[in-house]
Design a protein around this ligand. Structure first.
Ligand SMILES: Cc1cc2nc3c(=O)[nH]c(=O)nc-3n(C[C@H](O)[C@H](O)[C@H](O)COP(=O)(O)O)c2cc1C
Length: 196
C-alpha cells in the first residue's frame, strides 16, 4: 500500500488555501486506499533551531533535557520521512519564501549522517526511492520568475537529502481577485487529481 506523508504549514488556519488543497488530495487518495499521515506544522510546531538544539541534534551522551526532547522529536520526524513513499509539502509563499514553520521542520530533518552525508565527491542524500510533491499557494504570480525563491530552495533541499523526483503544483494569483483565485484553485486541484 502506498504511504504518504502530508505536511501542512499555513498560518491561516481554516482560511488556508494550501491546506484546503492537501485536504482535497487526502480525500481522493484515501478513497484509492493510500495510507496518509498528516502533520500540521502550524498547529503542532517544531521548535526554532538554536545553538543548543543544533548541538543536541548531533547526539552524544551529555544532552540536557531540552536537547534530549529535540533529538527525540527529530528522530520521530526523520522516521516519518523514511516510512513514507511520497511526501506532499504544502508551501504557501510568505515574504517570498516558505513559512518559518516549514523551515523549522527542515532544520530538524536535515541531519548529517542521518539524511545526508558528505563524501570525497561532495554531499550525498541518504533518502532514496521517494517522491515529493510541492503544493505552493501564492497571492501573486511568481512561477519561473526571479521572485520565486521558494521552489528552487525546496527542490535543492529535497535533492540534498536524496529526493530528486519532485513535482510542483502551483496555485498562483490567489490575492488577485476572486476570479483569478477560483481559476488558480481549480487548476491546482486538477493537477493534483492527475498525480498517481
Ligand atoms: C505573512 C504573509 C506573507 C505573504 N507574502 C507573500 C509573498 O511574498 N508573495 C505572494 O505572492 N503572496 C504572499 N502572501 C499571500 C499568500 O501567499 C497567499 O495568501 C496564499 O494563499 C498563502 O497560502 P495559505 O492560504 O495556504 O496560507 C503572503 C501572505 C501572508 C499571510
Amino acid at each position: 500500500m502506498k504511504k504518504v506523508l502530508m505536511l501542512k504549514s499555513s498560518i491561516l488556519g481554516e482560511h488556508s488555501q494550501s491546506s484546503a488543497l492537501l485536504d482535497d488530495l487526502a480525500m481522493l487518495w484515501q478513497y484509492k486506499g493510500v495510507q496518509i499521515t498528516t502533520r500540521d506544522l502550524a498547529t503542532d510546531p517544531v521548535p526554532l533551531l538554536d545553538g543548543e538544539l543544533a548541538n543536541g541534534l548531533r547526539g552524544g551522551d551529555a544532552l540536557n533535557e531540552r536537547q534530549t526532547a529535540a533529538l527525540a522529536l527529530s528522530d520521530t520526524l526523520v522516521a516519518e520521512l523514511k516510512q513514507n513513499d511520497t511526501i506532499v509539502l504544502a508551501a504557501p509563499m510568505y515574504n517570498f519564501m516558505i513559512p518559518t514553520q516549514l523551515k523549522a521542520w527542515i532544520d530538524f530533518i536535515a541531519r548529517a549522517g542521518v539524511t545526508f552525508t558528505y563524501t570525497d565527491t561532495g554531499p550525498q542524500g541518504l533518502l532514496s526511492g521517494k517522491k515529493a510533491v510541492i503544493v505552493t499557494s501564492r497571492g501573486g504570480m511568481h512561477k519561473d520568475a526571479g521572485s520565486d525563491h521558494l521552489v528552487p530552495y525546496l527542490t535543492t533541499l529535497l535533492s540534498f537529502i536524496g529526493i530528486k523526483d519532485v513535482e510542483v503544483v502551483y496555485a498562483e494569483g490567489l490575492n488577485m481577485g476572486p476570479e483569478n483565485a477560483a481559476t488558480a484553485m481549480a487548476n491546482a486541484k486538477q493537477a493534483l487529481n492527475q498525480l498517481d
